[in-house]
Ligand binder design. Sequence first.
Ligand code: ATP
Ligand code: MG
Length: 285
Amino acid sequence: MSTLKIAVQKSGRLSEKSLQLLEECGIKISNGERKLKAVAQNFPIEILFLRDDDIPQYVEQGVADIGILGENEVWEKDKEISIIQQLGFAGCRMSLAIPKDEVYTDLNYFEGKRIATSYPKILIDFFARNSINVFIEEISGSVEIATSIGLADAVFDIVSTGSTLLMNGLKEVATVTKSEAVLISNPNLTPENQAILDKLLFRMQSVREGKQNKYILLNAPNAAIERICSLLPGMKSPTILPLVNKDWSSLHSVIQEDDYWEIIEQLKNLGAEGILIIPIEKMIR
Ligand code: ATP
Ligand code: MG
């Protein structure tokens, strides 16, 4: 039987969330001591633990079929792979920063400047699009100290809160792009592996929809049921159950996480009582 190989980051900012995502999809992985490889017990998938920089290459070559990593690495490595899903975690921006006492005008500030980065390709493309000439100092880590040690005039790096920049006497002056974790795939999967991937994608979708929706139960006076139903369309339509008190009913439905505070206000105004909002673990339409 065929097994789908997924590459995830061995240790770093993406590791925990990547494994959590697989676990939420019901995939059980026993890998206490983080070996290089692990096989799921109840799903035809094998997990390869790698450095995130290497994942695009391994997926291109088919050593791994799919992988989870930051879009920033996907763009930088520029391999023949497909992004198949945004995953909504490890969000960050890729920004240019300069010493905090410098006066920044606009992008032309960078003309002729030396910029240190671990993402030369993304940076070269960006300045080429803006017709600005810069010198790039490629380094593989600790980019934020590059200006203070005299390696460069500015830095280009990943930023989430900006505190690392601040601590190193830098200020963020321009955002080049935003990035988050994505699921990538080799573009030529075998039909068997494509079928396993489709199963996995279906599960991911159920988890995502579950997170984006809430189950709602409430008691409503019968006279208000019609108006309440119009606020709670549910997956098909709400379920209405009679209460012992003949003038009241219990109503069950599903609402979107984003609008439930708004809707609850309106439900209360219509006379709803005993409103319960319950998380949904998985949702299949
Ligand atoms: P590896 O040893 O696997 O190469 P790394 O040091 O390159 O690890 P991490 O720092 O663990 O990588 O970051 C992995 C990814 O997490 C980044 O490529 C980026 O997509 C995302 N990320 C989110 N926020 C941040 C942040 N504040 N700093 C760095 N990366 C971040
Ligand atoms: Mg890396």
